[in-house]
Design a protein around this ligand. Structure first.
Ligand SMILES: [Cu+2]
Length: 495
C-alpha cells in the first residue's frame, strides 16, 4: 500500500527553502558584482592551512611523469589493459599524508597509449567502497563503451569495455562519470591520460619521446586542511562556481620542477580541474606554439603568448628552450601563478622541428547539417540547467539519427543568475567550431574539439557528425555543475 502524504507541509518547506536560498544567492551575487569579480569569491575559496603551506618548498619535487600502462596483449593489432580504481595515500607536502584515490596507484592514473585502428580491451576493477564509472573523454565509441552514468561499476566488480579506435592521433583522458559523484571522485584523484597515435603523428618530426621531450601536464587545483586531507567542499562558493582550491597541482605535485635541455619540448596540457578555467603562459612572456587541441593536430602550429583552457579541454604545445642559456630558470604560469619551474640544464641535440603543416582538418560544410539544435546554458550552484531542464537519467532529451550531421547552437545568456563561462562537453564525438558570436573561432580552436568554453553572452555554433550509436551525455564540464544536473542525454539510433 502506498502511503498518502499531505503535500502542504512539504510544499511550504520547499518554498521557504527556495526563497531563503534565492535571497542568499542574490545577495552574494550582488556583493560579487559590487566588489568586482574575484575578490569576494577569492576570500571565500577553500583555503589551504598556513601550517601546511609553510612546509611546502618550491622547486623541490621533480615533475611526476605518469607511467605508460602495460599492454598485455600478444596480438599486435589488439591492446589489453587493466585499470584498478583504488584508494591511496599521497604526499603533496613533505611528511604529510593525504588520503586520495588513484588508478593503479595513489593519485591520478597511468597513460593508456593506443594506435588508430587497434582493438582495445580494458578491464576496470573497482576497488573502492563506492560505485564509479570510467568515461573515455574524447573517444568516439558506442554509448555502451563510453563509461557514462549508465555504466556504473559496483565495488568489487569489473567492467570490460572493448572498442576499436578509429580517430586521429590525440591527447584524450579518462575519469569517473558516476551520477552525482563525478566532482568528488575526480577531486580525490581519479583521472588519467589516453593517447592515440597514428601514422601521421609517428611521421611528424616533432618531439615524441614520452617523458623525455614529450611531457604530459595535468593541471588541477586542491585545498588542504591542517591534517593534510583534501575535504571535498560543498560550501556555498563550491556550489556556485564549482570546487576551486588554492593549491595548483601539476601531475599531482605542487610547484614541481623539470630540468630541460636546450631543445624543443612538447607538452600535452590537460585542464583536469573540477571548475577552474586556466590562462596558461610562460613567466618571461615568450611565445609558444599550439600544435593540437582536444581531438588532435591543428592544420598548422599557432603561435600564442597565452593559452586559455577550460575544465576538460586539452592542448599540445611546443616550447623552444634552445634560445636559453644554461642555468636559466623560467616557469609555466597558470592563472598568473608559478605552477611548474623549468631549469635549463644542458645543451642537447635537437633534430625535431616546428612543422609548417601538421595535418588536414577538413571542416564540415554547414550545408551538410540536417538539423539545428539549440542548447541554453543557465545558472550557477544547484540552480543550473540546460534548456531549462536538469539531468534525468530516465529522460532522453535529444534523438539523433546515426550518420547525421547537425549544427548545435550553445548559448549562455548573461543575467543576475548567470555570469559564468561554462565548458560544454559532448560525449562520443569530436566536433568543429563554426563561430563564436558570429565570428570565426581563433586559430587554435580550428581543429577537432569535444569541449568548448561558452562565455557569458556568447553563442557558440558547432558542427558534429554522429558516427556512433547509443546513449551519450552533453554537459557542463564544471564538475559541480554536472553533478547538480547541468547535463542532458542524446540517443543516436540508426532508424
Ligand atoms: Cu557550468
Amino acid at each position: 500500500m502506498k502511503k498518502k502524504y499531505n503535500k502542504w507541509p512539504i510544499t511550504v518547506v520547499s518554498i521557504s527553502i527556495i526563497s531563503i536560498s534565492s535571497i542568499i544567492f542574490f545577495s552574494l551575487k550582488m556583493n560579487n558584482f559590487s566588489l568586482g569579480h574575484g575578490s569576494m569569491m577569492d576570500s571565500m575559496k577553500s583555503l589551504t592551512s598556513n601550517s601546511l603551506k609553510e612546509k611546502m618548498v618550491e622547486n623541490k619535487t621533480r615533475l611526476p611523469i605518469p607511467p605508460l600502462l602495460e599492454n598485455k596483449s600478444l596480438n599486435p593489432n589488439t591492446s589489453d589493459f587493466t585499470l584498478n580504481a583504488e584508494k591511496g595515500i599521497t604526499s603533496f607536502f613533505p611528511g604529510v599524508k593525504t588520503e586520495t584515490y588513484g588508478y593503479n596507484g595513489n593519485f591520478l592514473g597511468p597513460v593508456i597509449r593506443v594506435k588508430k585502428g587497434e582493438k582495445v580491451n580494458i578491464h576496470v576493477n573497482n576497488r573502492l567502497n563506492e560505485a564509479t564509472t570510467v568515461h573515455w573523454h574524447g573517444l568516439e565509441v558506442d554509448g555502451e563503451m563510453d563509461g557514462g552514468p549508465h555504466s556504473p561499476i559496483m565495488p568489487g566488480s569489473q567492467w570490460n569495455p572493448s572498442f576499436t579506435v578509429n580517430q586521429p592521433a590525440a591527447t584524450l583522458w579518462y575519469h569517473p562519470h558516476q551520477q552525482g559523484k563525478t566532482g568528488e571522485q575526480v577531486y580525490k584523484g581519479l583521472a588519467g591520460l589516453f593517447y592515440i597515435d597514428d601514422n601521421n603523428s609517428e611521421k611528424l618530426n616533432i618531439p615524441k619521446d614520452y617523458g623525455v621531450n614529450d611531457i604530459p601536464l595535468v593541471i588541477q587545483d586542491r585545498a588542504f586542511n591542517s591534517n593534510g586531507n583534501m575535504p571535498y567542499s560543498t560550501n556555498i562558493t563550491s556550489m556556485m562556481d564549482g570546487a576551486i582550491g588554492d593549491m595548483i597541482i601539476v601531475n599531482g605535485a605542487i610547484k614541481p620542477y623539470l630540468d630541460v635541455k636546450k631543445i624543443k619540448m612538447r607538452f600535452r596540457i590537460v585542464n583536469g580541474a573540477n571548475a577552474k578555467i586556466y590562462p596558461i603562459k610562460l613567466s618571461n612572456g615568450e611565445p609558444f606554439y599550439q600544435i593540437a587541441s582536444d581531438g588532435g593536430f591543428l592544420e598548422a602550429p599557432v603561435k600564442l603568448d597565452q593559452l586559455i583552457l577550460g575544465p576538460g579541454e586539452r592542448a599540445e604545445v611546443l616550447i623552444d628552450f634552445s634560445k636559453h642559456e644554461k642555468g636559466d630558470e623560467l616557469s609555466l604560469l597558470g592563472d598568473g601563478v608559478n605552477i611548474l619551474n623549468f631549469n635549463v640544464k644542458e645543451d642537447g641535440i635537437d633534430t625535431t622541428e616546428i612543422p609548417t603543416h601538421l595535418t588536414d582538418v577538413n571542416m564540415l560544410p554547414e550545408t551538410a547539417a540536417s538539423k539545428i539544435r539549440r542548447f541554453q546554458l543557465e545558472g550557477m550552484g544547484n540552480m543550473v540547467s540546460i534548456n531549462g531542464k536538469k539531468m534525468n537519467m530516465d529522460r532522453i532529451d535529444e534523438k539523433i539519427k546515426l550518420g547525421d550531421t547537425e549544427i548545435w547552437e550553445i548559448t549562455n545568456p548573461k543575467n543576475m543568475m548567470n555570469n559564468m563561462s561554462h565548458p560544454f562537453h559532448i560525449h562520443g564525438v569530436q566536433f568543429e567550431i563554426l563561430s563564436r558570436n558570429g565570428k570565426e573561432p581563433p586559430a587554435n580552436e580550428r581543429g577537432f574539439k569535444d569541449t568548448v568554453v561558452v562565455n557569458p553572452n556568447e553563442k557558440v555554433r558547432i558542427i558534429i557528425k554522429f558516427t556512433h550509436k547509443g546513449i551519450f551525455m552533453y554537459h557542463c564540464h564544471i564538475l559541480e555543475h554536472e553533478d547538480q544536473g547541468m547535463m542532458g542525454q542524446f540517443q543516436v539510433t540508426d532508424n
